[in-house]
Design a protein around this ligand. Structure first.
Ligand code: GRG
Ligand code: 1GP
Ligand code: MG
Length: 248
């Protein structure tokens, strides 16, 4: 069905839910038995979908094998691509992303042109996504040649968000970078939510239920965690449960 994953997300948000996505980096979780364990823990806690991706070192075979395992959960499996190598027909959908604050033309239009025919052949659903990365001191910040946006300037974030909406993106991913020292300020999802209709997804450096709650209260619709599930699954479960209990 067309837009199946997107409609699943929109339906949950319309029903008053806040969502949690679990990021699996095939570069970090390469053993399939470990992956299955993580999947069971996250899905029992109530995560709403799985993202698969990494900035470096993901082979198409690893992406495919990861997707195949995660599909067993019955939850949507969405590619969050660092590049073409992350694409796999085994997933349900792909975040069709533009890295809005890059200085590298490849991440603005070239990778999308290279990816589009492959995605069509694979039959993957595409979710038009504006991607903004705030921390240059992370793998994605380095690989993506990110042009940093000051943390003290939410109005600049809003300018990006308005541009994303005017260009027809449906989702805006505000990213501190995987393993970032700190998550983004709540004022960022706050200002985006106040002035646009974009689905607002926040990730990077979220390591506590309080941090997730703060971002959700400010306006984030979707919280992404990756590292915490690999390092401290119990804490990861607490974050998911807190998000799923929240009613605004
Ligand atoms: C449309 C297609 C096919 C691709 C878009 C490609 C774009 C725009 C990529 C943006 C730049 C980039 C490198 C994104 C990577 C995002 C990602 C999957 C991050 C996951 O975390 P890691 O950066 O691997 O963190 P670790 O350092 O913890 O491994
Ligand atoms: O690994 P963490 O810090 O949870 O970040 C998740 C995600 O936003 C990275 O793209
Ligand atoms: Mg990685």
């Amino acid at each position: 069905m067309k837009n199946k994953v997107f409609n699943y997300i929109v339906g949950k948000i319309a029903g008053g839910e806040k969502l949690h996505f679990t990021l699996i980096d095939p570069d970090k979780v390469s053993r399939l038995d470990e992956l299955e364990k993580l999947m069971d823990i996250a899905s029992s806690a109530g995560t709403d979908a799985f993202l698969i991706g990494g900035s470096t070192s993901v082979t198409p075979e690893e992406a495919g094998a990861t997707a195949e395992v995660l599909k067993k959960s019955g939850l949507p499996v969405v590619v969050f691509p660092g590049n073409l190598n992350c694409l796999t027909p085994k997933a349900d959908a792909v975040l069709f992303m533009v890295l809005m604050n890059t200085m590298e033309p490849y991440y603005l239009m070239q990778v999308q042109v290279l990816a589009a025919p492959l995605i069509r052949k694979y039959g993957l659903e595409t979710i038009p996504t504006g991607y903004i990365v705030f921390n240059t001191d992370t793998a994605v910040g380095h690989i993506g040649r990110v042009y940093s946006i000051p943390y003290s300037k939410p109005e600049l974030v809003l300018a990006y968000a308005l541009a994303a909406e005017m260009m027809g993106f449906k989702l805006l991913y505000l990213e501190a970078g995987s393993g970032a020292q700190s998550h983004i300020p709540p004022a960022f999802p706050g200002i985006v939510k106040k002035h646009t209709e974009l689905i607002t997804m926040v990730g990077g450096g979220i390591r506590s239920p309080d941090a997730a709650l703060e971002l959700i209260r400010a306006g984030a619709d979707i919280i992404v965690t990756g590292t915490i599930m690999e390092k401290d699954p119990e804490r990861g479960v607490n974050i998911i449960k807190t998000i799923k209990k929240y009613r605004g």
